[in-house]
Write a protein that binds this ligand. Structure first.
Ligand SMILES: Cc1ncc(COP(=O)(O)O)c(C=O)c1O
Length: 471
């Protein structure tokens, strides 16, 4: 008997091909699309829902022990950059949970990914129970990361950015043992675990937390003094390397300062630091948890031409599932990394779809969507700054990491404007300290200039109200 080369279909494949499933998916997609289409502009809360919404906020405050950061409780639906809240209001969501809604709200591909995930028997994948999309995600990420010469051959998935960074530091410490210190930048933010609280340059975020790692800080690139700040950073690095020889296990850096205020890096600034770090054999970690997908290339280290220096890279947020990518030589020789959960099946499938959409929607390239939308935003902000003198300051960030300094740069004024914007229907969030800034992370795959125009109109309204309050 000849041996057949075609395997019989898996039951999971037969399920996908079942006409009932195909029809059910078609109906779900059509229903979501019909209802989402009605969410197409900003609108105020419904008065009749006010009491119920207040009770949601009160329940949260009681159970969480503190009020929500802002009164955002979503209905679970939206359309593009618009999101419907449970009070019936519709907001232009230009923050997206800090960069998580990369395809906007209720995107058909995201809904389809979640439906497909729901048909799989595994809710959360992990080291002992991986479905095939996990493998696809690892392969997509390493391929993207190596696109222009980086040697990031391997990857590990995880469920949070903090854990991706923990895994990154573990790999670096393991590789560089017994070195134990880390170099980071002033105003760094690495996450909320005990180790990441040590790396993060916000004393309040580690109040009462024992110091897990000794970290030394370098000044970041100053947009007003690139040459001077590069010199200050390289001089500080030189001093640290001389003071603590063989003690550094990692240089940990966000290529674009995120929580620190959305200040871009540059090739020259990073190369000036990475060369001596390389010469000293100190592993270089780029944290791209916030910057991934937002510049002219998938990774900001590629955007700045730093591929040769990338030893370990972390991503999260927009990819839904987080990951630590690393060069071959960092593969651990002891079982230092393992997790019950590496990511939910829905997150992995939605992450894969997001990567597809990022690549197919023209975000990348020197003249790609991210760069063009940034220019459009910056020009509109310059115009608005003329109208509202003294209330808008640059610089305006990089790519789809957009930002401005409101008013006098104080926390009070930034918070005031953020609240006013929330009420008029535009979602942006604080970052930085001295000055405190307001950032926007619009979805790279679907944001149009028309959406930016709407954001500018709402900002205009918010600033007019701010001016009235301040006078
Ligand atoms: C640069 C950077 N690293 C790490 C983290 C931590 O990620 P997560 O909140 O998913 O733990 C964040 C989150 O804002 C971040 O912006």
């Amino acid at each position: 008997m000849p041996v057949s080369t075609t395997p019989s279909p898996l039951h999971a494949e037969s399920l996908q091909d079942d006409p009932r499933i195909i029809e059910a998916k078609r109906l779900i997609a059509a229903a979501v699309s019909d209802h989402a289409a009605k969410i197409d502009s900003v609108s105020p809360p419904q008065a009749e829902r006010g009491e119920h919404y207040q009770s949601i906020i009160a329940d949260y405050t009681r159970d969480r022990g503190a009020p929500p950061i802002w009164p955002y409780f979503s209905s679970g639906m939206g359309n593009g950059p618009y999101v419907e809240l449970a009070d019936g209001s519709v907001k232009l969501d230009f923050i997206g949970g800090i960069g998580v809604h990369g395809c906007g709200h209720s995107h058909p591909d995201m809904v389809a990914a979640s439906v497909d995930a729901a048909l799989e028997d595994t809710v959360m994948q992990g080291n002992l129970q991986q479905n095939v999309p996990s493998v696809q995600m690892l392969s997509r990420l390493t391929t993207l990361a190596c696109e222009s010469g980086a040697a990031l051959a391997h990857a590990i998935l995880s469920t949070s950015g903090a854990m991706a960074n923990e895994n990154a530091l573990k790999l670096a410490f393991h590789h560089a043992q017994p070195a134990s210190r880390v170099i980071a930048f002033d105003n760094a933010f690495a996450g909320r675990s005990i180790a990441m609280a040590a790396v993060t340059d916000r004393p309040a975020y580690r109040d009462g937390i024992p110091t897990a790692i000794n970290v030394d800080y370098l000044p970041f690139l100053d947009p007003h003094d690139p040459a001077g700040s590069t010199k200050r950073a390289t001089d500080t690095l030189k001093k640290l390397l001389a003071r603590n020889p063989k003690q550094y296990a990692a240089f940990w850096a966000e290529p674009i300062a995120g929580e620190g205020g959305y200040y871009p890096g540059s090739h020259d600034f990073f190369a000036a630091l990475c060369r001596p770090l390389r010469a000293a054999g100190i592993p270089i970690i780029f944290d791209e948890i916030q910057s991934f997908s937002r510049t002219s290339r998938p990774f900001a280290f590629q955007h700045y031409g730093l591929d040769e220096f990338a030893d370990i890279v972390t991503i999260g947020k927009i990819t839904q599932v987080c990951a630590t990518l690393y060069r071959k030589e960092f593969h651990p020789t002891a079982p230092i990394i393992s997790q019950t959960f590496t990511g939910s099946t829905a997150a992995i499938r939605a992450g894969l779809k997001t990567l597809d959409l990022l690549e197919s929607s023209g975000c990348f390239g020197d003249e790609g969507g991210n760069a063009r939308r940034h220019q459009y935003f910056a020009a509109a902000m310059e115009k608005l700054a003329q109208k509202h003198e003294g209330l808008i300051g640059g610089p305006y960030g990089e790519g789809m990491m957009m930002v401005f300094t409101p008013g006098d740069g104080s926390l009070e004024q930034a918070k005031m404007l953020m609240g006013l914007l929330f009420d008029v229907g535009l979602l942006g969030f604080l970052c930085g300290a001295a000055p405190t800034r307001i950032r926007f992370l619009p979805p790279p795959t679907i944001t149009t200039n028309a959406h930016i125009d709407t954001a500018i109109e709402l900002l205009d309204q918010g600033l007019t109200q701010m001016k009235a309050k301040l006078s």
